[in-house]
Design a protein around this ligand. Structure first.
Ligand SMILES: Nc1ncnc2c1ncn2[C@@H]1O[C@H](COP(=O)(O)OP(=O)(O)O)[C@@H](O)[C@H]1O
Ligand SMILES: [Mg+2]
Length: 248
């Protein structure tokens, strides 16, 4: 089956560093797809290419059949593809609800906020509903900077959902989160996929997490595709095991 995202023969270099070389993969609609690989193997670079953060040197990236490798971040976001970061990007000096409201750039809520305009009741409701969904409703009026790191990641996830994405790219969503919150986050990711129908493409360093989440996993090493398969196939793939052992 063709992917919702089709990545074909993508290469990206930074000066002399070949961060991605001849990468091809498919992210099927409605599923959770995983991307793993040792540190420095090119995972974040690939995400940056897909969401239009930087141009690629070679290859093609299609989203729902449309070539997007020539588009930039805001255009791709408008098509319904969003990403979250390895480091959270929230406004620590604003409360959680306000972070939610300003996270919808195409409605220019940022400007509405600067000029002290009121948000629509619909957006307020949605913000509160999604904060409830990620378990932050009781903290909705706290400054985002007062949340724990794990809670900030949940807030960032809720902020992305505020935009009704078709597909969400998550870069190490569980990094730095304590085990209790990790289980809660995995549960929320699965529910966002099943109940809201959001396609997920997840970079994850924690093997237990990605095995539990993804239906299909791609593994990069040294900027190239090393292996892909079901969690079980990846878990037992000697090339994957060697790549991770060699990295530590
Ligand atoms: N903006 C950049 N400028 C120069 N080199 C970069 C840049 N971004 C990534 N790299 C290099 O590309 C390689 C892949 O990095 P990255 O995609 O961040 O890997 P991963 O996310 O798998 O840890 C690394 O060697 C990294 O140093
Ligand atoms: Mg990375």
């Amino acid at each position: 089956m063709a992917g919702m995202i089709e990545i074909r023969n993508v290469s990206k270099a930074f000066g002399g560093v070949q961060a991605n070389k001849d990468i091809s993969m498919d992210v099927p609609e409605g599923k959770i797809t995983g991307l793993i690989g040792p540190n420095g193997s090119g995972k974040t670079t690939l995400f940056n290419s897909v969401v239009g953060y930087h141009p690629i040197n070679e290859g093609s990236i299609r989203f729902q059949g449309r070539e997007i490798s020539n588009l930039r971040v805001p255009e791709i976001a408008r098509l319904g593809m969003l990403r979250t970061f390895q480091q959270t990007r929230i406004y620590g000096k604003m409360n959680c609800v306000r972070n939610m409201l300003i996270s919808v750039p195409h409605r220019n809520l940022g400007w509405a906020d600067l000029f002290g305009k009121q948000y629509s009741a619909e957006d307020m409701d949605k913000a509160e509903r999604l904060l409830e969904f990620v378990g932050l409703y009781a903290k909705r009026n706290l400054l985002a900077g007062e949340l724990s790191f794990g809670q900030q990641k949940l807030l960032e996830f809720a902020m992305a959902l505020m935009n009704d994405p078709k597909v969400l790219l998550l870069d190490e969503p569980t990094a730095g989160i304590n085990p209790t919150l990790i289980n809660g986050l995995i549960d929320r990711l699965k529910r966002a996929n099943k109940e809201f129908g959001i396609t997920l493409f997840v970079i994850e360093h924690n093997m237990r997490v990605i095995m539990n989440l993804a239906e299909h996993i791609y593994c990069l090493a040294h900027g190239q595709m090393l292996a892909d398969g079901s969690p079980e196939q990846i878990r037992t793939d000697q090339r994957v095991i060697d790549a991770y052992l060699g990295a530590h």
